[in-house]
Design a protein around this ligand. Structure first.
Ligand code: ATP
Ligand code: MG
Length: 423
């Protein structure tokens, strides 16, 4: 039996990898404009980082982690998400002492979750995410939301829905929590076993249950928005005002929750509303986590961030039939005809490449016609033709493929002339 790729993973081949590179370059450019700097954390961490940083009542920790003991007996986990490692690094590297605050970071890399693979759900997937740590200004919430939306809009997507909610501060959440327990407790027996154990540990997560979502008590559950105290209300109002000022459309959905205690204030998701999209429509999720730093042993520091996967971004592009375009041309294809010309072409492409141009030649002794075809396929801006005749005259023929213009230049001046042509 031949060896196959593991379930839930994919090879990204030439033809596709260009799109991935383009998306990554868009993300990097967006972060440059918004002034988020890249952080690269390890692919694996001590399992503890996720137990505490993601929370042991979440699906990620309960069912999805790739965990193992290394040869030294340490508990290690392949990172399932990026926020906890970033916060771990923030504390470890004492970024709270950096002169520039808030510390604005982004990451771009693979995450691992043991999930049931399906459209838009992989076991290895790539996330682009940002974290702004060290400011509790609602303007930074609006900025993070604008950045996330900017990524999708910048790619040309139109069918997008931004949904926001507020989880309030600690006081508001405590009140809401009690109201939830009182609401569900009398009939908790009608809910799934997960929800039963959530009731005391984390009743907010009941609202997020996929099995019991149609239970009548769900729709009538007390809304967090009714439990926001004055401060939390003011914060949420300010975030919305900023979004309106930026002309970013949004909906408020009081059932949107992030289940963990250290999440507070702003929570949000971006969905694709495109018809062609499958069952999973969430493209991006994020929110504020003012309590996470303490949970991981750091000083009290507010933070907010989001994560989006590139797989779902590409699914959204496909659904909307958006084909991003980028320049995939090469500078020069050297066509050579005859034995001596072929040998000489080795040197020519080398010289072009050495000077920073992208250049290609034939390596399969193809006929002239096939070489021109190859040049076409590679989208060559120039084709330089060297036959044994030209070689004898020590000249080479350079054709601008866009204008059809053709010039003959001395072989020893080829590189100089080629550089001139670029100006
Ligand atoms: P879902 O409800 O779809 O499982 P999630 O709540 O687990 O999502 P987050 O942990 O918030 O997702 O991750 C942020 C984003 O990462 C998601 O909005 C989605 O775009 C993407 N994502 C999450 N899990 C996967 C996966 N297994 N494969 C591809 N993308 C994923
Ligand atoms: Mg999930």
């Amino acid at each position: 039996m031949s060896i196959q790729i593991p379930r839930g993973t994919q090879d990204i081949l030439p033809g596709q990898s260009e799109l991935w590179q383009f998306i990554e370059s868009q993300a990097r450019d967006l972060c440059r404009r918004y002034q988020y700097k890249e952080i690269r954390t390890p692919i694996f961490e001590h399992t503890e980082v996720f137990l505490r940083g993601v929370g042991d009542t979440t699906d990620i920790v309960q069912k999805e982690m790739y965990s193992f003991q290394d040869r030294g007996g340490r508990d290690i986990t392949l990172r399932p998400e990026g926020t906890a490692p970033v916060v771990r690094s923030f504390i470890e590297n004492k970024m709270f002492g950096w002169a520039t605050q808030p510390v604005k970071l982004f990451y771009f890399g693979p995450m691992f979750r043991y999930e049931r693979p399906q459209a838009g759900r992989f076991r290895q997937f790539v996330q682009f995410g940002v974290e702004a740590i060290g400011s509790a200004d609602p303007a930074i919430d609006a900025e993070v939301l604008a950045l996330a939306m900017g990524m999708y809009k910048g790619m040309g997507l139109k069918s997008l829905k931004l949904v926001i909610n507020s989880l309030g501060d600690k006081e508001s959440r405590t009140m809401h929590r009690e109201a939830l327990i009182n609401h569900f407790k009398p009939r908790i027996g009608e809910f799934c076993s997960d929800c039963q154990s959530r009731l005391e540990k984390n009743p907010l997560r009941i609202l997020d249950c996929k099995k019991d979502r149609d239970h009548e008590l769900m729709a009538s559950a007390p809304s967090i928005l009714e439990y926001l105290n004055e401060d939390s209300k003011a914060y949420f109002t300010k975030v919305q005002e900023y979004l309106k000022a930026l002309e970013i459309e949004f909906e408020v959905d009081p059932t949107l929750v992030r289940g963990l205690d250290y999440y507070n204030h702003t929570a949000f998701e971006i969905m694709s509303t495109s018809e062609g999209f499958g069952a999973i429509t969430t493209l991006c999720g994020g929110g504020r986590y003012n309590g996470l730093m303490e949970e991981l042993g750091g000083p009290v520091t507010p933070g907010i961030g989001f994560a989006m996967s590139i797989e779902r971004l590409i699914a959204a592009l496909d659904a909307e039939q958006v084909r991003p375009v980028w320049d995939d041309s090469i500078d020069c294809y050297v066509v050579s005809l005859g034995e001596s010309a072929k040998d000489y072409s080795v040197k020519l492409v080398y010289e072009l490449r050495r000077r920073g141009f992208s250049a290609e030649k034939d390596y399969n002794d193809r006929k002239a016609k096939a070489q021109f075809k190859a040049a076409d396929r590679l989208n060559a801006r120039y084709v330089a033709v060297l036959g044994d005749d030209e070689l004898a005259k020590e000249v080479i023929n350079v054709k601008n493929m866009e204008t059809g213009e053709q010039i003959e230049v001395g072989l020893d001046q080829f590189i100089e002339k080629f550089m001139e042509l670029q100006r």
